[in-house]
Design a protein around this ligand. Structure first.
Ligand code: NOJ
Length: 549
């Protein structure tokens, strides 16, 4: 048995969290942008789906250069999304329904509109105000070259030059993403103190935890030296520059944040969750972030990046279980998020109306994920089987990656198109019908097929598959936290047992194959005859036919 049972059982260990990309979930005002009141209106829908909690993408005041991951004020709500009073109404409504609420906290960088950065720009080189960020003199005769050769994740150099008070070109500041997202200098004590205040501000308002953006960031090598491979990050679109990411000091921050969370738990017995977006080169490094006194969890993205291939899936799952063993954490499975091409498209059809293979595989992957030990994250629209919108015209694209690189490769707008709720035409109930109201990104006509009203009415829909999977997960003791044991299977098929006899099998091939259990499945991603597992299909059975450890 590969086991991950470790310590006391707590809600987050096998929670299913629904990621709400607020600007694309539901618009209550008619400005074409989703908002917190829209999230509140959507809570009954999420309750019916059966999720344990929601993670809200950043809704703080922001000039929106990276859709809120450029925060100008960490302790308020951008008027586009509502206000603090609306946030409190949302919190209360979610808690009344038993839905936990996680916020997205962005500690690696802020917005160039943040008051501290504005102060830094107005202050002189060498001032205390500049020390909260990474300001440095340039190289070359006039300081006209950046202080080092690092590249930003979204293209271009990681440094921008400022104009000083005397009107002359002056120092440079570091930004690992866009120039509108200056990196904090975590070696400055006021930065840590600022985030302490932010954490407590939201914990005092009842939040159940935080999804931490760029959690392997924060600290940079103290000397900010040149990198031997400056384009590595941009090329990988991942944080691989060992001088800019994953510095040892960051672990002290997570220990401290964990202690702050524990302090709140001691007061009221409610566990708070810290789940990190941790991109580091090795599984061993990943596991260091979820040691018992650090983050509770860190997203395990390898499943998301695995191709539709049984060997790749098996390797990823086995490694995840092994890496997490002994840390006290549980694996946090993810198939989709707001930064990645949606599964239906990734696994199969580039455009809707194709063979249906991508949809079939995405359904099978969902059942597989929900059967795995640990926690799972669902990205809004995943439960509707939404494909990626791949043909958005250039002039509507908002992803800074497009703005900074001019390339459509791997841009993220296509998975962020506002959700279809009802009806036959855009705005599909996303935004109230008002003159001129249109969603911030155009919705294609074929979104009609995926609207929630249709999905709820059709028992064969993705929505019902997710809902049924979540219901079973909540009621069956074999699912959720625990262990798995692989079964011997023919090539192209993966199967494992959970607990005392829940079998999950996935047929990665397109032709039917004998099922590992003879009965009709409890749940399957396409209808199954007894004893047969259809092509591109996953199924669950409860059986005592299979020997267990
Ligand atoms: C990761 C977030 O998921 C992504 O959307 C954002 O652009 C970067 N971090 C920078 O904050």
């Amino acid at each position: 048995m590969i086991s991950q049972r470790n310590g006391a059982r707590r809600w987050w260990r096998d929670a299913v969290i629904y990621q709400v990309y607020v600007r694309s979930f539901l618009d209550s005002t008619g400005d074409g942008i989703g908002d917190l009141a829209g999230v509140r209106a959507g809570l009954p829908y999420l309750k019916k789906l059966g999720v344990d909690g929601i993670w809200l993408s950043p809704f703080y005041p922001s000039p929106q250069h990276d859709h809120g991951y450029d925060v100008a004020d960490y302790c308020d709500v951008d008027p586009v999304f509502g206000d603090l009073a609306e946030f409190e109404r949302l919190m209360a409504a979610a808690h009344r329904l038993g839905i936990k609420v996680l916020l997205d906290i962005v500690p690696n960088h802020c917005s160039s509109e943040h008051p501290y950065f504005r102060d830094a720009l107005a202050a002189a080189p060498g001032s205390a105000a500049r020390a909260r960020f990474h300001f440095a003199d340039g190289r070359g005769p006039d300081g006209a070259e950046p202080p080092n050769n690092w590249h930003a994740m979204f293209g271009g150099p990681a440094w921008s030059r400022v104009t000083e008070a005397d009107g002359r070109p002056g120092q440079w500041y570091l930004h690992m993403f866009t120039p509108e997202q200056p990196d904090w200098n975590w070696r400055h004590p006021e930065v840590a103190a600022h985030f302490d205040h932010v954490l407590r501000f939201w914990l005092d308002r009842g939040v159940d935890g935080f999804r931490i953006d760029v959690a392997a960031g924060l600290y940079k090598h103290p000397d900010l030296p040149d990198s031997p491979d400056p384009e590595a990050d941009a090329r990988a679109r991942d944080s691989v520059n060992p001088l800019a990411w994953n510095q040892p000091e960051v672990h002290d921050v997570w220990r401290h944040w964990r202690a702050v969370c524990e302090e709140y738990t001691t007061r009221d017995g409610r566990e708070r969750l810290l789940v990190g977006e941790v991109s580091v080169p090795t599984a061993r490094e990943h596991a260091r972030y979820v040691r018992p006194d650090e983050l509770h969890q860190a997203f395990f993205f390898d499943l998301l990046s695995a191709p539709w291939d049984p060997d790749a899936f098996r390797k990823v799952i086995s490694e995840a279980m092994q890496d997490i063993a002994g840390t006290g954490s549980t694996v946090t499975w993810v198939l989709n998020n707001h930064d990645q091409v949606r599964t239906v498209t990734r696994y199969g059809e580039p455009v809707p109306g194709g063979s249906g293979l991508g949809s079939a595989r995405a359904r099978a992957a969902a059942l597989l994920m929900l059967a795995l030990p640990g926690a799972a994250y669902i990205y809004q629209g995943e439960e509707l089987g939404l494909p990626e919108v791949v043909d958005l015209p250039d002039d509507v694209l908002t992803d800074p990656i497009f703005r900074r690189t001019g390339s459509r490769a791997r841009i993220r707008d296509g998975c962020r198109v506002p959700l279809p709720w009802s009806g036959q035409a855009s705005p599909f109930g996303f935004t109230p019908q008002a003159e001129g109201a249109k969603p911030w990104l155009p919705q294609p006509e074929w979104f009609a097929e995926h609207a929630t009203d249709r999905a709820l009415a059709d028992t064969r829909s993705f929505w019902h598959l997710y809902r049924d999977g979540l219901q079973l997960r909540a009621s069956l003791p074999q699912l959720g936290e625990g262990s798995l044991r692989w079964l011997d299977t023919p090539p192209g098929v993966l199967a494992f047992v959970r607990g005392d006899g829940l079998v999950c099998a996935v047929n990665f091939g397109t032709a039917p194959t004998p099922a590992p259990v003879r009965d009709v499945p409890l749940l399957s991603s396409t209808p199954c005859e007894p004893g047969v597992l259809g092509g591109s299909t996953a199924a669950w059975w409860i059986t005592d036919d299979i020997a267990t450890d």
